[in-house]
Write a protein that binds this ligand. Structure first.
Ligand SMILES: Cc1cc2nc3c(=O)[nH]c(=O)nc-3n(C[C@H](O)[C@H](O)[C@H](O)COP(=O)(O)OP(=O)(O)OC[C@H]3O[C@@H](n4cnc5c(N)ncnc54)[C@H](O)[C@@H]3O)c2cc1C
Length: 258
């Protein structure tokens, strides 16, 4: 039997980020807040939760929702931000990025593509930002990932044969893939659903958008900041994206760990 012609793997140079869910707030008529200014459901939810603590729904200082949230961040009363959850789908990110991402535990939930179940024979790969744009580096890197992918395909075939006596085909495939994935590099593309509350996102984004963070996760963090600033400026407008001395974007936060 001739081996199928190798197809060049798809390469990612940027993450693909999709908002899957955002808060939907319903005003309880019996505790209506005197809102002012522009706001989104997530921001109103946090303001409602904050005002409930002091029963200040009548808004005595006549603050807009975003001014109210600014004050919450300034005072460090970030627990009301925990009510607002945002779910993002990240694609075009590497296994090394998600390995770092899932270290952020408090306030986060994760569901990631399983390399035990999913065939990676045609996996995509993420070009490390430091390698991208340099022809010689990219070509050396590509040679390595193509060789790793070929080794994976060969190992899966050999393991399927070795464990041919396992009657359950799904289990046999899982046995083969979970062993063969050992040869796949950190650059292998993965997909992950990440749900975090606004407070948790702020903490993670502060750490991972900073100049000390690894370049790929830093790039993703900067993209997420921009997306979440559009979703809820009241939670994220104090992040400032800037061009760092290393000629890459980074971000700094106005209110550290609210
Ligand atoms: C630039 C950079 C380099 C890194 N390098 C490494 C490395 O070389 N090796 C490595 O292993 N990790 C490394 N990390 C990961 C780092 O150690 C943390 O695991 C990661 O940043 C998540 O932080 P966290 O634990 O504060 O987050 P979370 O788990 O989300 O926690 C958020 C906050 O909740 C509180 N909290 C959470 N869990 C507990 C608990 N069990 N007890 C008490 N308080 C709690 C703490 O205040 C904590 O800061 C690195 C991180 C960064 C940003």
């Amino acid at each position: 039997m001739t081996a199928p012609a190798a197809v060049a793997p798809r390469l990612f140079h940027e993450p693909r980020i999709t908002v899957l869910s955002r808060p939907a707030f319903t005003t309880p008529e019996h505790l209506a807040v005197a809102w002012t200014g522009e706001s989104t459901d997530g921001e109103r939810l946090a303001e409602f939760a904050g005002r409930l603590c002091y029963m200040s729904q009548h808004n005595p200082a006549n603050r807009s929702t975003r001014d109210y949230l600014e004050n919450i961040k300034k005072q460090g009363h970030g627990s009301v931000l925990e009510h607002a959850n945002y779910s993002l789908l990240l694609e075009g990110v590497s296994r090394s990025l998600t390995h770092e991402l899932v270290r952020h535990r408090a306030g986060f939930a994760y569901s990631q593509l399983s390399q035990r179940y999913v065939d990676e024979s045609e996996a995509s790969f993420v070009v490390p930002p430091a390698v991208a744009g340099d022809e010689a580096l990219e070509s050396a890197w590509r040679a390595q990932i193509e060789s790793a992918q070929s080794a994976y395909v060969a190992l899966v075939a050999q393991l399927m044969e070795r464990y041919g006596w396992v009657a359950d085909k799904v289990h046999r495939r899982k046995m083969a893939r979970e062993a063969a994935r050992g040869v796949l590099p950190n650059s292998t593309e993965t997909k992950i659903v990440v749900t975090g509350n606004a407070r948790a996102w702020r903490t993670m984004l502060e750490l991972r958008s900073s100049e000390g963070a690894e370049l790929e996760i830093r790039r993703a963090a900067v993209s997420i900041i921009r997306i979440l600033q559009g979703e809820a400026p009241g939670f994220f407008s104090d992040f400032e994206v800037y061009m760092a001395a290393d000629r890459r974007e980074a971000a700094r936060i106005g209110y550290h760990k609210v």
